[in-house]
Design a protein around this ligand. Structure first.
Ligand SMILES: [Zn+2]
Length: 88
């Protein structure tokens, strides 16, 4: 199976049209479920020109799992950090 680096080599960014600009980075994705959010760190390809992110199956699965855990309040892999407020 090709590594993420190999998959990203020479591809053209669908957003900015530049070629071979993707680099592999660990990024923090914050996902919203209703009023709640969960942040998950995934390894993704990021266009070094425009910031477009390319997620592979591993990253997509992690994101789905994190949202599912939040929906079901399954605290096995969730850590509560801080509180959210709305100022008006
Ligand atoms: Zn781009």
């Amino acid at each position: 199976m090709a590594t993420l680096e190999e998959k990203l080599e020479g591809i053209i960014c669908p957003t900015c049209g530049h070629e071979n600009t993707y680099v592999v980075r660990e990024i923090a994705k914050t996902l919203r479920v209703g009023q709640d959010t969960v942040t998950v760190r995934v390894v993704a390809g990021v266009c070094s020109f425009c910031g477009e992110e390319a997620l592979d199956d591993t990253a997509t699965t992690l994101i789905d799992d994190a949202m599912q855990a939040l929906r079901q309040r399954d605290l096995t892999h969730l850590t509560r950090v801080g509180e959210a407020f709305v100022y008006s």
